[in-house]
Design a protein around this ligand. Sequence first.
Ligand code: GLU
Length: 304
Amino acid sequence: MDYTQLLENIYQSILPYAKEGKQADYIPELAKVNPDQFGMCIHTIYGEVAAIEQADTRFSIQSISKVFALAMCLSIKGDALWTKVGKEPSGTAFNSLVQLEVEHGIPRNPFINAGAIVMADILLTHLGNPAADFLQFVREVSGTDTIEYNEHVAISEREKGYLNAAIVNLLKHHGTIENDIEEVLHFYFLMCSIEMSCRELSQAFLVFANHRRRFDYAGVVLTASQVKRMNAIMQTCGFYDEAGEFSYLVGLPGKSGVGGGIVAIYPLQYAVAVWSPRLNAKGNSVLGIKALELLTTETQTSIF
Ligand code: GLU
C-alpha cells in the first residue's frame, strides 16, 4: 500500500471543506493559531510511515492528553480507578456540569473534563514529580525527548477557565478529589497544553494499536487486557458527545482535542493522527473527521 499517495489523495478530496468550522477561541492562546493548517501521519505496526503537509508542526494536543493520563492512572490504581470515575459515554458536552451534579461528583468517564480532572488529582497524589513524570511518559511513548508543555497556553486557559473551575469545586465538594483545587486545575491545564505533531502522536498511539505487545514506558506498565480496555473507552467516549457519529463515519477508537487534533487506531494494524484547527459544533476537527472517514473507507479498515 502506498500510504503517502493515499494520504495525498485524501487531502485533495477534502480541500473543498477547508474553510468549514472555526478554531477554539475560548482558550485565548488557541485563538491565535492560524486555522488554515492541516497535517496527517500514519504509522503501521509493520514499520511503514507516511506523513503529509504539516505532519511535523506541533500543536496543542488538549484532550488527547487524557489518554496518556488514563494510561498512567490505570497503571497506578488498576481497577480501583473505576470507583472514582465511570466508563460510560456521557452524551453531554466535554465541560458539562449537569451530569456531574446529578451523579454526585463521579464523572461519567475519564475523557470528559471532570474525569480528567479526577485523574490529575490521582497523579498529583501518587507521582513524585507529577509534571516531570507525566512529560517523561509522553516523551518515552512517542520516542521523542523534545516534547514540552506550553505554559502560556496553560496559564491563558486558567484565566478563562470558569467552567473547569466550577467542575473542580463540585468534585471537591463531593470528596472525589484530595488535593488543593488550584493545584489540580493547574496540573490538568498543563497536561492539556502539551504540544506534539501528527508524526509524534501517531507514533505514540501505535503502542495502543499494538496492544498485545508489552506496555512498559517510563515506569507505566499495562497488561494487554488493560490496553485493550483503554481502546474500548476511546471507542465509546473519545469524541465528546459525537462518539456515535465518529463510530458511524470512521469506525475506529480514538481521541480528539479542541486544538484540532484527532488520533485513531486500528487495533493490530495502525495508528493515525490528523490535525486541522477548524472545529465543528461538537468540538471535533472538520477536516480531521473527513480525512479519517476517507481513510477507513479507502482501506476498508473500520473495525465494523
Ligand atoms: N483544556 C481543554 C478544556 O478543558 C480541553 C478540551 C478538549 O480538548 O476537549 O476545556
